[in-house]
Write a protein that binds this ligand. Structure first.
Ligand SMILES: Cc1cc2nc3c(=O)[nH]c(=O)nc-3n(C[C@H](O)[C@H](O)[C@H](O)COP(=O)(O)OP(=O)(O)OC[C@H]3O[C@@H](n4cnc5c(N)ncnc54)[C@H](O)[C@@H]3O)c2cc1C
Length: 386
C-alpha cells in the first residue's frame, strides 16, 4: 500500500490552492475564516467561478461535462476547499442530483438540467426525509397519483437544507401504496418549487440560523417527464445517490481549520493546547485511514464500507474541536453575532460564530446517516457481526 501522493497529485494540489487564493472573493473568504455562513449570492458566485475552470462538479466524468477527476484528485480538491476555507459547490447540485441525472436521466433531462445545475443557475433541495421517515427512509408517505400526463403529489417533507434558496427539489414519493415491500412502489420525482401547492416553511435551529425547512406539497401537479428512472423503482436511484458521497466525507480539512483557530485563540493556555494536540493526533490517524480508502479506490472505485468510519470519526473530531473552541472562547462566545455583521479588522479573531457553529455541529451526527446507523454498517460490513 502506498499512501504518498504522486508528483502529479502534488502539482494538482498546488494548482487548486493557487486558484482559490487568486479567485475567491476576499469578503467571502473572510466570512469563511470567521466561521460565518456566506450568503446565497456569494455561494453562487464562487460556484460559477469554479465552473469557469470546470471544477464545480468534482465527481462528474468528463463525458458528462465534468472535470473527470480521479478519486484522489476529488479528495485533494475538497481538502483544499475545506482548508482554505472556501465554500463547497452546493452538494445537492453537484454530489447528489447531478450524478443521478448522469446515471439515470433521459437525454431530455440531461439537456435541460445538467449544465444549469453545474453553474448553479438552478439550486436544488433534497426532499427525502419526512416526519417518521428519516433513518427508516423507506417508510415515507408522500403520495403521487397519476392523472394523465401528470403526477399529483401530496405530503409533508422535513429538514430540507437551504430549500428557501432552491428552485427545484428532487423528491421521493410513493406511487404504489400496495407494493409488497415498502422499498418498492417509491419513485424519484423532480419538483419545481415554484409550482402551485408548494409551501416552504422555515425551521430556525438552535444556532439561531435559518438553514432547514419543512416543505408541504398539496396536490402539486408534476409533469411525468420529471420522473427519474422507472416508476416504482426510485429506491434504486436513492441507493445510488446515498452511496455516492464517499470522498471527503470525513472533512478533515475543516477540522484542520478549526485546530488553527484553536491555536490562535488559546495563546499560552497549556491545558487547551494539550487537548488540541490530542484531537490532532486522532485527526492524523483518520487522515491515514482516509488515504488507505483512497488507495483502495485507485484500484476499484466501488462503495467502501470504511466510508462509514470516516463519517463517524470525522464528525466526532469536528464536534470535539468545536467544543474546545467554545471552551477557550469562554464567556466571549456568549456574544453571538449575526452572519451579516460588518467585517472587522483583518487580524481580529471573530468569536461571534463559535457558539452557533458548536450548536449546529451537533446535527452532523444525525444528517447524512446518523452515527448509530454508521456503527451498524461498521458492525455488519467490516466486523462481520450479525
Ligand atoms: C441539519 C439537518 C439537515 C438535514 N438536511 C436534510 C435535507 O436536506 N434533506 C432531507 O431529506 N433530509 C435532511 N435531513 C434529515 C436527516 O436525513 C434525518 O434527520 C436523519 O436521516 C435522521 O432521521 P430522523 O430525524 O427521522 O431521526 P430517526 O431516524 O427517528 O432517528 C432518531 C434516533 O434514533 C436512532 N436510530 C434510528 N434508527 C436506528 C437503528 N436502526 N439503530 C440504531 N439507532 C437508530 C438515530 O441514530 C437517532 O439517534 C437533515 C437533518 C438535519 C438535522
Amino acid at each position: 500500500m502506498d499512501l504518498r501522493f504522486t508528483a502529479e497529485e502534488d502539482a494538482f494540489r498546488k494548482d487548486v490552492r493557487a486558484f482559490i487564493r487568486d479567485n475567491l472573493d476576499p469578503v467571502t473568504h473572510r466570512k469563511m475564516l470567521d466561521g460565518r455562513i456566506p450568503s446565497k449570492e456569494e455561494v453562487v458566485t464562487w460556484q460559477r467561478t469554479l465552473n469557469g475552470r470546470n471544477w464545480a462538479t468534482p465527481s462528474w466524468p468528463a463525458a458528462a461535462g465534468g472535470p473527470g477527476f480521479t478519486s484522489v484528485e476529488r479528495y485533494i480538491f475538497l481538502d483544499e476547499l475545506h482548508q482554505a476555507p472556501a465554500p463547497e459547490p452546493v452538494s445537492f447540485n453537484v454530489s447528489m442530483i447531478g450524478p443521478v441525472l448522469i446515471a439515470f436521466g433521459t437525454p431530455a433531462q440531461k439537456a435541460r438540467f445538467l449544465a444549469a445545475t453545474a453553474n448553479n443557475d438552478i439550486w436544488w433541495a433534497q426532499g427525502f426525509s419526512e416526519p417518521g421517515a428519516g433513518s427508516d427512509l423507506a417508510s415515507l408517505r408522500t403520495s403521487a397519483r397519476r392523472d394523465g400526463d401528470h403526477y399529483v403529489v401530496s405530503g409533508h417533507k422535513i429538514w430540507q437544507g437551504m430549500a428557501h434558496h432552491a428552485d427545484w427539489m428532487f423528491t421521493l414519493v410513493r406511487t404504489d401504496p400496495a407494493a409488497p415491500r415498502k422499498q418498492r412502489g417509491i419513485s424519484f420525482l423532480l419538483i419545481d418549487l415554484h409550482s402551485p401547492g408548494v409551501t416552504v416553511r422555515p425551521i430556525i435551529t438552535m444556532d439561531g440560523r435559518h438553514e432547514v425547512n419543512e416543505v408541504f406539497l398539496d396536490e402539486v401537479r408534476v409533469p411525468v417527464d420529471c420522473l427519474v428512472g422507472e416508476e416504482n423503482k426510485g429506491w434504486d436511484v436513492t441507493k445510488f445517490l446515498l452511496s455516492n458521497e464517499r470522498t471527503g466525507i470525513a472533512r478533515i480539512g475543516m477540522t484542520k481549520h478549526l485546530i488553527r483557530r484553536i491555536k490562535r485563540l488559546a495563546g499560552d493556555n497549556a491545558a487547551a493546547l494539550r487537548k488540541a494536540a490530542a484531537i490532532e493526533a486522532e485527526l492524523k490517524i483518520l487522515e491515514i485511514t482516509q488515504l488507505r480508502v483512497l488507495d483502495g479506490q485507485r484500484k476499484s472505485d466501488g462503495p467502501d464500507p470504511r466510508s462509514s468510519v470516516l463519517k463517524l470519526k470525522g464528525v466526532e473530531l469536528r464536534q470535539a474541536a468545536s467544543e474546545l473552541l467554545l471552551e477557550i472562547a469562554g464567556i466571549a462566545a456568549l456574544e453571538v453575532r449575526s452572519d451579516e455583521d460588518p467585517i472587522g479588522p483583518e487580524d481580529e479573531e471573530w468569536v461571534g460564530s463559535i457558539m452557533p457553529n458548536y450548536a449546529i455541529l451537533r446535527a452532523a451526527s444525525i444528517y447524512g446517516g446518523s452515527s448509530e446507523v454508521q456503527k451498524t454498517i461498521v458492525a455488519s460490513s467490516i466486523l462481520g457481526l450479525k
